[in-house]
Design a protein around this ligand. Sequence first.
Ligand code: ADP
Ligand code: MG
Ligand code: MG
Length: 198
Amino acid sequence: MLDAAFFRRWMTATASAVDREAARLTELDSAIGDADHGANLQRGFTAVTAVLEKEAPDTPGGVLALAGRQLISTVGGASGPLYGTLLRRTGKALGDRAEVSREEFAAALGEGVAAVAQLGGAVAGDKTMLDALLPAVEALGESFAAAGEAARAGALATVPLQARKGRASYLGERSIGHQDPGATSAALLVEALAEAAA
Ligand code: ADP
Ligand code: MG
Ligand code: MG
């Protein structure tokens, strides 16, 4: 079973991965965006780990809802409200249970991803974070490792796509041939689950 400490470790592991990969995320965003994705997420997840340390919610839903609110209030770019909605809605779906199974978490994350799709109006293949998140939700029923691999593969598969949403869509066909920064950071988020479980 997954408890609040697991979800706090997930957020901490994500913050470390974002710190480690910030330069690469910004480099990807400089090719098809405005070169701020690494800095946006670094600011956001640094604030998330700080508030979780201070308030330490004692349920999985509480951890994710607080993390989501923090991302929304600290990240100015498109990714802040989108990741914030992902975590808030996932947390809401987990309710106030003290522990959840991986299957229950997978179902809740599915609701969170659906909320991201609704907020941003994107679908699979639009070259966004959804291209990593949707396959990850599918694979999460199997294992954390499978979800991480699916997210990573989904991010790589954005390279030949033309962006249909967000800043990259302004480039039209010139967005083809570049990996989407948000799909890349979404893979970091999902890969951090296996670390939190270890
Ligand atoms: P901004 O584009 O506002 O500078 P970021 O650089 O932080 O924000 O995040 C860009 C990423 O956000 C993109 O790579 C993409 O994955 C994601 N994104 C942008 N718009 C949408 C959308 N409408 N739906 C889903 N994801 C989106
Ligand atoms: Mg950007
Ligand atoms: Mg920006």
